[in-house]
Each structure stands twice: as structure tokens, then as C-alpha cells.
Design a protein around this ligand. Structure first.
Ligand code: C5P
Length: 227
């Protein structure tokens, strides 16, 4: 068991995990892992290599040559594939959907485990994703499962996309979020479920500050590794 504290924040798309994780990491002075970016980078690289996203062997073959670099920045994370900065392509809805297709593959999940665990560095880590508390960091100091109603998540996603100049209809977003939820929750390997020992927070009617305050309060009473 590592002595370095980890706070995991899992939950469905659009629950606010990234925003909450970033604010929490800033306030605590911790590193941050956006594990969705790791799956998005894998999917993008597989697509760029011409892999068939429904064929595990084809995706795995493509991933052999993946050279990804993740560099934190105030907006989240900058991502390079080889020499190419792919950060804006990474955030496209189509890339999110491609990521959720490769994320059903056990061998793909296995192949990105070490990359994800390498983010655990002193003084601590805030990791957000779907299986951070259940699979990647089962010994986390504090596990949070963050949810919100589908409508609220679609509204938040629409706002985020609008800020980037991308216009998508609510009906389309609701449908995409529903399909992604279904795929993430029903997959055989590392499905999206709350860890038994997770603190469950429904953020539908809470502000970012209120969610962060709840997590910090739970952290102050959590057992710290080695403590
Ligand atoms: O969180 P984000 O939308 O960037 O994740 C993209 C996709 O990557 C998710 O829909 C999910 O299928 C997959 N993912 C995963 N496990 C994680 C993080 C993301 O399966 N820990």
C-alpha cells in the first residue's frame, strides 16, 4: 500500500468530476489524473492508426506504438500523441464516444493501468474517472462517487460545449449521455459502479464549492495511509 494519499472521484459523464477534481487538487496542492483523457488518447491514437474500434486485437496492436504525454495546465491537461498536441481533438464528443468503445476491452484497460498509477506522486493525487476507487486505486484514502440527474448533466455539457463555440442540441446530448451511461455501466470489465466504501454525492442541486466542501470534510475524518 502506497503512503501517498489518493482521493478518487468516479461517476458518469457530465457529473462534474473534472471540475471538482481540479478545484480539490488546487486547494490541496495535489496532482491530478484525468483518466478519461488516457482513454480518449488511446482511442484517438487507435483511430489515427486506422484500427477497427470493434476489434480488440486491432486496437491493442495500434496501442503498441502509442507515445502519449500528459501535462497538467490550469484548464485541465494538455495531451500529446508523439509530437502532436491533440488536446482539442481529445475533447470532441466523437472522441468521448470512441473512448467508451475501446474502454469496454479488458486488454485495453489493463494496458493503461501502469500509466494511470504513475500519477500517484507526493504530496498526493486526485484521480477522476469510472473505476478509480474500484480498480485503479482500491486503497484510496477517500473514494467519492459523484452523480447528477441526466438532464442536469446534459445541460452542463451543453454549456461547456457552447463556451468552446460548439453547438449541440439537448436532444442529441441526452441521447449520447444515455448511450454512454449504458455502455459504461453495463460493460463486463470495470463497469461504472460506486465502490462499497464510497461517499456518494448527488451534485444536481449543489454548487462546485458545496461539493468540494463535502469532500474536504469527509477527508478530514478519513484514515490517512500510514496514519
Ligand atoms: O470522462 P471522459 O468522458 O473523458 O471519459 C471518456 C470515456 O472513457 C468514458 O465514457 C468511459 O467509457 C471511459 N473511461 C473509463 N474509465 C475511466 C475513465 C474513462 O472507462 N477511468
Amino acid at each position: 500500500m502506497s503512503e501517498i494519499p489518493v482521493i478518487t472521484i468516479d461517476g458518469p459523464s457530465g457529473a462534474g468530476k473534472g471540475t471538482i477534481a481540479r478545484q480539490l487538487a488546487d486547494e490541496l496542492g495535489f496532482h491530478m489524473l484525468d483518466s478519461g483523457a488516457v482513454y480518449r488518447a488511446a482511442a484517438l491514437h487507435a483511430l489515427d492508426c486506422g484500427a477497427d474500434l470493434d476489434d480488440e486485437a486491432s486496437v491493442l496492436d495500434a496501442l503498441q506504438s502509442m507515445q502519449a504525454r500528459f501535462q497538467p495546465d490550469p484548464e485541465g491537461v494538455q495531451v500529446w500523441l508523439g509530437e502532436q498536441n491533440v488536446t482539442s481533438r481529445l475533447r470532441l464528443e466523437t472522441t468521448g464516444n470512441a473512448a467508451s468503445r475501446v474502454a469496454v476491452m479488458a486488454a485495453v484497460r489493463e494496458s493503461v493501468l501502469d500509466e494511470q498509477r504513475s500519477f500517484r506522486k507526493a504530496p498526493g493525487l486526485v484521480a477522476d474517472g469510472r473505476d478509480m476507487g474500484t480498480v485503479v486505486f482500491p486503497d484510496a484514502t477517500l473514494k467519492v462517487f459523484l452523480s447528477a440527474s441526466r438532464q442536469v448533466r446534459a445541460e452542463r455539457r451543453s454549456k461547456q460545449l457552447k463556451e468552446k463555440g460548439i453547438d449541440v442540441t439537448m436532444a442529441c446530448l441526452l441521447q449520447e449521455i444515455g448511450a454512454r451511461d449504458e455502455r459504461d455501466s453495463s460493460r463486463e470489465h470495470s463497469p461504472l459502479v460506486a465502490a462499497n466504501d464510497a461517499l456518494i454525492i448527488d451534485s444536481s442541486d449543489l454548487s462546485i464549492d458545496e461539493v468540494v466542501a463535502q469532500i474536504k470534510s469527509a477527508l478530514s475524518t478519513a484514515d490517512t495511509p500510514g496514519g
